[in-house]
Each structure stands twice: as C-alpha cells, then as structure tokens.
Design a binder for this molecule. Structure first.
Ligand code: G4F
Length: 358
C-alpha cells in the first residue's frame, strides 16, 4: 500500500477516524492538510457532539457518518462503504474515573470494539493500516519513568480495557501480518479537552471564578503526577508513526512530569490568585484506585521519528487558561487585570447605588 496520499489523477489515501473528540479533531485537520480523504465515524448523541469539527466543511474530502464500537454491523457497514486505507481508532470510553462506574461497557467499547475493527480489516481489507490509541494508563502502578519495556500494571477498568486491546493489536500484527500499531500516549490536553478531565476542569473553573459565577473547585487526588503534552503535537507524532514502513509500539510523551497540585499552582498564579483559597478536596472525586505517577521515557519515539514535543507544561497551562478566559470572560489572559478591576468597580458602584437607594 502506498503510504503517501496521492492527488491529481491518483487515488487519495482514505483515512477513517473513529470518534469525534479532541484528538480526532486535530487528527482530521492535520490529515486533510496532508491531502488525505478523511471519514469520521461518530456515535449518535441526543445533543450535538460535533462542535470540535464543525469548522471543517463536509465535502468530497471530509465526511462524517454514524457508527458504534459496540455494534459489529455498523463497523462492517462502514468498512464495506468506505474501504479505508488506514484506520485511526480514537473512539473510546476515555474517562478513567467513570470506568469504575461503567466497567462492562468500558471493556465492550475499548477492548471488544478494537477486536471488531481488527476483524473487519482482516475480512474486508487486510492491507489497511490500523492505529490503536493505547494509553499510559496501562502502566498503572509501575514506577516511573515508563517506556515500551516497562511492565504493565493497570489499576482501573479503563487501564485493563486498553491493555487487552493493546495485546489484541500485537496478536493480529504477529498472527495475521496486519499493519497494526500501538501509540502509547501519555496524557495530552488542549483547549478542546473534555470538561471532566482535571486540566480543563481547572482552567474552566478559574475562568468562572474570575467572572464571579463560581466560588470553589471540587477535586480528588491532587498529588497524582502526569506527563502532560499537547494533543495537536501528539497527533503529528502518530501520523508520522503510521507513515512508517513497519508497524510498531511506541511511547509518545514529553518526558516531564507534574502533579495536579503543580497544575493548580501554575494556573492560579497566572491570574494572581492563590489556589488554596479555591480548592476543596472531596471524596466524591477520589477513585477506588488511581495511577500515582506517570513520566514517559520517549527515547524510542525520538530515535525513530523526526517528531519532537513542541508544547510543554507551562505553555499548555497558559493556552488552556487563555482559551477558557476568552470563552467565559470575553477577554484574553493578558487583559485579565483590567477585566477584574472593571468588574470590581461595577460591583462597587452597584453597591453604592443600592445603599443610596435604601
Ligand atoms: O484528567 P484525568 O481524568 O486523566 P487520567 O485519569 O490521567 O486519564 C487521561 O489520560 C490517560 C493517559 O494516561 C488517557 F488514557 C485517558 O483517556 C485520559 O485522557 O485525571 C488526572 C489525574 C488523576 O490522578 C485523577 O485522580 O487527576 C486526578 N484528579 C483529581 N481531581 C481528577 C480530579 N481527575 C478528574 N478527572 N477530576 C477531578 O476532579
């Protein structure tokens, strides 16, 4: 199979992306820029769930369709209809904490869903390349730094579901000769991150605190350490990985680790506030079992790819916070002091007026 997309008389490479979340949206943009045809498969939702890709016009090169990882018929139909050259499996029940509440469906989507996709490739198009979004959560309680040779010791239904899928990918690669690759991605965030992951929860809450519509943030384990990179950066890495001649299992990370507490300190200090005045630790946000520390050793990626992580911790926090402040307060992070002063003056004047009125 040709790795490079061809235009002008040649058939374009058709990439099928499952899921319409943060990663899928950046991946679609990057693949379209590179000349791929992109089909995005999403799950039906009663409330619109396409905001992250609404800016990409649907047409010959970008199409959306419905499917469900738990529905073999929908997967088979998608394969027969689109006959993709490459599949990026980004769809999942991706919330680790919630996987303790819905363990069975987590395994169904995240493990059996991968089996269904691999079987569809085997049945309809064995030359189709397959990318599996594997996760650093698979390392679980294995001490950092973690790389491709670190023992996997998952500690959540999510981690277990991803690890079983990881081994299915390897099994189909070795057993059937499929081009099936695992990208073992450490945490990756952005302004498009879902609202119930800790980074976005913090940056959005700070914006609401500045606006005066929120007083506190309720969090769980703030001692947990994560290796946080940028989603768009990581999507560049996986495209390069999939354009290689051979399938592989590769860790993608920044090689730096910070605690949730560090994230709080950094984000609150950017707006001149003390995080301890706003954070409440609640049992409700604690998981039965939590990965204590992740730090990715990305030497293999750095040796086989041209890719390098471009956005590190401080820039990531700033970008996410700036975005949420723009969304909520309609000013940029650099104008936040003026905004707060204007808001305080407005409140003072309102109080004076009310007192005069009394
Ligand atoms: O933001 P999180 O929910 O991410 P987590 O659990 O590390 O999982 C993310 O990264 C994985 C890669 O390792 C992905 F596979 C997975 O799909 C997802 O993208 O939580 C980060 C840390 C945890 O230790 C959690 O216990 O923050 C801690 N935390 C503390 N308070 C909280 C909260 N997490 C969330 N979501 N909400 C809290 O209130």
């Amino acid at each position: 199979m040709a790795n490079k997309p061809k235009c002008g008389g040649y058939k374009m490479t058709t990439a099928l992306i499952t899921g319409g979340g943060q990663d899928s949206s950046y991946l679609a943009e990057l693949l379209l820029e590179k000349g791929y045809k992109v089909i995005m498969l999403i799950r039906r939702a009663s409330y619109p769930n396409t905001q992250r890709v609404d800016h990409i016009p649907e047409g010959d090169n970008f199409q959306m369709d419905y499917f469900d990882l738990s529905d073999t018929i929908s997967i088979d139909n998608a394969f027969q209809k689109y006959m993709p050259d490459i599949v990026f499996n980004m769809a999942a029940q991706s919330h680790v904490g919630i996987s303790f509440k819905v363990p069975e469906s987590t395994i169904n989507f995240n493990t059996l869903g991968v089996l269904r996709l691999l079987e569809a490739i085997r049945k309809y198009k064995p030359t189709c390349k397959f990318y599996q979004a594997s996760s650093s959560e698979m390392f679980g309680i294995s001490p950092p730094p973690q790389n491709e040779n670190t023992p996997f010791m998952p500690c959540s239904p999510y981690g277990v579901s991803k690890l079983a899928a990881f081994h299915l990918v390897r099994t189909y690669r070795e057993g059937y000769g499929l081009f099936a690759t695992n990208g073992i991605l450490f945490n990756h965030e952005s302004e498009r991150r879902g609202l119930n992951f800790v980074t976005r929860k913090i940056t959005l809450s700070i914006a609401e605190i500045l606006k005066g519509t929120r007083k506190k943030i309720e969090l769980g384990n703030i001692d947990a350490k994560r290796d946080w990179g940028h989603s768009r950066d990581y999507m560049k890495a996986i495209i390069e990985l999939m354009e290689m001649d051979k399938p592989n299992d590769v860790v993608i990370s920044t090689g730096e680790t910070y605690s949730v507490r560090d994230f709080l300190k950094e984000a609150f200090s950017l707006v001149g506030l003390n995080w301890e005045d706003y954070v409440v630790i609640s049992d409700k946000q604690l998981r039965p079992f939590d990965v204590p520390a992740l730090l990715g050793d990305n030497s293999k990626a750095l040796s086989i790819l041209k890719w390098r992580p471009e956005i590190k911790f401080k820039e990531l926090v700033r970008e996410m916070l700036d975005n949420d402040i723009r969304q909520v307060c309609h000013v940029s992070l650099k104008d936040i002091d003026g905004y707060r002063k204007a808001l305080a003056d407005f409140v003072d004047k309102k109080i004076v007026k009310e007192l005069e009125h009394d």
